[in-house]
Design a protein around this ligand. Structure first.
Ligand SMILES: [Zn+2]
Length: 88
């Protein structure tokens, strides 16, 4: 088991977190027609970088989203940054 640091709750069991996507991934504009291939790429394709990666995670217990930078090789968490400045 690994502990992840939620910016609002502190260290918690990794099973309390949900991966929400890679930082910088651009959602296709839905105001215009989107091809199935483009939508599939958006939903299912990840860069899966080796080494430091910035990802959006949700702590399911507090329902807060945040950016976690972690090393995908060592699994070390390098930094977490809240997406919302103030806890509710
Ligand atoms: Zn939390």
């Amino acid at each position: 088991m690994q502990l992840f640091p939620c910016p609002f709750c502190g260290l918690r069991d990794e099973r309390e977190f949900h991966f929400a996507g890679e930082v910088g991934k651009t959602r296709p504009k839905t105001s215009e027609p989107v091809s199935d291939a483009d939508w599939n790429t958006y939903l299912n394709t990840q860069r899966n970088e080796k080494g430091a990666a910035r990802e959006i995670w949700c702590h399911v217990t507090c329902q807060e989203y945040f950016v976690m930078e972690r090393d995908t090789v060592s699994m070390d968490v390098l930094e977490t940054v809240a997406l919302r400045k103030e806890p509710s």
